[in-house]
Design a protein around this ligand. Structure first.
Ligand SMILES: NCCC[C@H](NC(=O)CCC(=O)O)C(=O)O
Ligand SMILES: NC(=O)OP(=O)(O)O
Length: 312
């Protein structure tokens, strides 16, 4: 594998899950694989889990991670070609990506969407530019339209906790005070579509995700109906896709409660706003998998880095 920028880069999800479980059992087994190799982590946005778990994954493989907050600390980057750069941007991605490629053997990038310019977001301007102008492999640490390290993590977590051969998994929209990206939802949908699970989505009208991604996955606009017999409920807020980036409804009745999910396992990528997205009683119960999901981020990232190192 050269780059890991989408769930589509996973060829056989079940074998990836087994490989990740093996790394979890023996995290230091491949400690020499990344010796003298450098992982650069570039953040255009905030992060707690991705920032730490991806460095941890690199350290488990013997790599040296170096981290930079691009926004604020680096020069303002220009992504458009042919621009007269007499505005706020001081450096073109052509130079920046080429320069960073000399310091790093793999570059991992986090760059959220604008949520105002659908065309720009769907073009994955930042991730595509790094792929184009860097000479080393690129890893997506959450881009405009996807969070494939999270999606792989979630597939691993569901595989670990499934009690039946084909569990029912529900991705539910939940309320939030801000307009949030579609990336986590999109990658979760794509990961579940590759798994042997009964998968449905629940969201209010006006919140259907990109139909090119949801495809034939059933979408319910009635949360209670969707939650019937669920084994896993995965909560996430996202802004409207159709009315791009807008908050068209913040109905508190969509908050996840213990009464609604019963014995189903609860999942969320974190960070989560308590008693807005999900009530305390769910997060504080034994059915919450959120801390274990965050733990699994390390092994998902470690597997991705291992595959890239082995192929480079
Ligand atoms: N990486 C995990 C999720 C990141 C982001 N959440 C947020 O921005 C939450 C911010 C807040 O709650 O203020 C998202 O939804 O894509
Ligand atoms: N789940 C996740 O990506 O968390 P961070 O935004 O804290 O990295």
């Amino acid at each position: 594998m050269k780059h890991y920028t989408s769930i589509h880069d996973i060829d056989h999800i079940n074998s990836w899950i087994e490989d990740a479980k093996a790394l979890k059992k023996e995290p230091l087994k491949h400690i020499t694989l990344g010796k003298n190799k450098t992982l650069g982590l570039l953040f255009f946005n905030s992060s707690l889990r991705t920032r730490l778990s991806t460095q941890k994954a690199a350290l488990n493989l013997g790599m040296n991670p170096i981290v930079m907050n691009v926004s604020g600390d680096a020069w303002g980057l220009e992504f458009n070609d042919g621009t007269v750069m007499n505005g706020n941007t001081a450096e073109h991605i052509k130079e920046a990506a080429a320069v960073v490629s000399q310091y790093c053997d793999i570059i991992a990038v986090r760059a959220f969407p604008t949520l105002t310019d659908k065309v720009k977001d769907e073009s994955e301007q930042v991730m595509s530019a790094f792929k184009k102008y860097a000479s080393v492999p690129i890893v997506n640490m959450e881009s405009a339209t996807g969070h494939p390290l999270q999606g792989l993590t979630d597939a691993l977590t569901i595989s670990e906790y499934a009690k039946v051969k084909k569990p029912k998994v529900v991705l539910s929209w939940a309320p939030h005070i801000k307009a949030l990206p579609h990336a986590v939802g999109n990658s979760f949908v794509q990961a579940m579509q590759k798994m042997d699970v009964e998968f449905v989505i629940a969201n209010p009208e006006g919140y259907d995700l990109n139909p090119e991604i949801t495809g034939s996955t059933p979408i319910y606009h009635n949360q209670e109906e969707a939650f019937k017999d669920a084994d896993f409920v995965y909560a996430k807020n996202w802004s409207s896709y159709e009315n791009y980036g807008k908050v068209v409804n913040s109905d508190p009745n969509w908050m996840i409660t213990k009464a609604k999910i019963g014995d189903a396992k609860f999942m969320h990528c974190l960070p989560v706003r308590r008693n807005v997205v999900v009530e305390d009683a769910v997060l504080d119960s034994d059915n919450s998998l959120v801390i274990e999901q965050a733990n699994n981020r390390t092994y998902a990232a470690q597997l991705v880095l291992k595959k890239i190192l082995e192929d480079s």
